[in-house]
Design a protein around this ligand. Structure first.
Ligand code: SF4
Ligand code: SF4
Length: 332
């Protein structure tokens, strides 16, 4: 997210629906929706290693999904909608219906998903494209408890490509660290990659044992430009948090089952307070304390911007025009 999109309204807590929708329209470019709960794996680097998602599949109610898409259509949303949270999106045929529904109502949005690749067949990519998907990340995972192995990851890439029957080009090959290919398919961006989570992973809000000794002081902009919706309608501020992890429950910014207005949850008092807690250079607390995700570089203009926005949010006083010219950070 551009720092230029941060504004005092992100920090005050809005209860006016029109103002909340306008703020969402200006700032949000990622909406992640978990249309059902099921995942077939229990990867060691994922909170699903201790929270069971392999049992009964719980679906987001269709009416709730339609409400979210309808609200996004009301602001002519043109950002990304991602369909992967802590489920495996391609494990259930309902994904094609949900994609087609969103594509028809949000023609300017970019529909995206991640997948663990287990359900891919030769006809999967054409079907996803026909339903409106335009971006696909295929993850190359090994067995649930297996640590990263570069040669095995390369082999898994070749197996996946054989199933897809599509051409691909290696774009990144760092032994012990990362292996990635670009898969060619007209009208869809497809990445196929495996990564070493022991090196480049994060603790997912303390839910998995990765880099737990890290101390985060960086600000975080994720809760400013994105919203994440669990299958039950609970909204959380970033991709690392989820409503079914007990330690994350306090970070739920709202529940669509009781208040369907997506924009009011995003702009509301609780979300604003969460954002304020992330907008400085001091060590972060709670679920954000050891997070290595989405780190931001600091500079004097950014430090000044954070202070000025907090001041405006607290006092309601706008800076003098002469000072206001200092705030935009295009050159930061
Ligand atoms: S990382 Fe993905 S595939 Fe693995 S358990 Fe988590 S949601 Fe499932
Ligand atoms: S610091 Fe990490 S856990 Fe906290 S909101 Fe940002 S990405 Fe999420």
């Amino acid at each position: 997210m551009s720092w230029d999109l941060l504004e005092a309204d992100h920090l005050v807590g809005l209860d006016d629906p029109a103002r909340a929708a306008a703020l969402f329209k200006r700032a949000v470019s990622m909406v992640e929706i978990e249309v059902f709960s099921y995942c077939n794996r229990k990867c060691w680097f994922c909170p699903n290693s201790s929270i069971d998602r392999t049992g009964e599949n719980h679906y987001m109610p269709e009416a709730m999904y339609a409400s979210v898409i309808g609200q996004l259509a009301s602001i002519d949303y043109d950002g990304t909608i991602s369909y992967s949270r802590y489920n495996e999106p391609l494990s259930d045929e309902v994904i094609y219906e949900r994609l087609a529904y969103a594509h028809a109502r949000l023609p300017r949005a970019r529909l995206h998903t991640n997948t663990n690749g287990d359900y891919l067949r030769a006809d999967t990519v054409p079907r996803l494209h026909a339903a409106g998907l335009r971006s696909l990340n295929i993850q190359l995972y090994l067995a649930n408890d297996e640590r990263y192995d570069h040669e095995k990851t390369r082999f898994r890439a070749s197996q996946t490509l054989r199933r897809l029957g599509l051409p691909a080009t290696v774009v990144r090959d760092e032994p012990g660290h990362w292996h990635e290919l670009r898969v060619d398919y007209p009208g869809m961006e497809i990445r196929l990659y495996g990564r070493n989570f022991e090196i480049n992973g994060t603790s997912r809000g303390g839910a998995v044992d990765i880099h737990r000794d890290y101390v985060r002081s960086s600000p975080c902009l994720m809760p400013f430009n994105a919203v994440y919706i669990d299958h039950g309608g609970e909204m959380v501020p970033c991709c690392n948090l989820r409503s079914d992890v007990a330690a994350h429950r306090d970070a739920v910014i709202g529940t669509l089952a009781t208040q369907p207005d997506l924009f009011l949850h995003y702009a509301g008092r609780f979300a604003a307070g969460f954002r304020r807690s992330l907008l400085d250079a001091s060590p972060k607390q709670g679920v954000c304390g050891d997070c290595r995700f989405a780190l931001e570089e600091l500079s004097l203009p950014r430090l000044m911007k954070m202070d000025v926005l907090k001041l405006i949010a607290r006092t309601g006083v706008q800076p003098e025009p002469a000072r206001r010219r200092v705030i935009p950070l295009a050159a930061a």
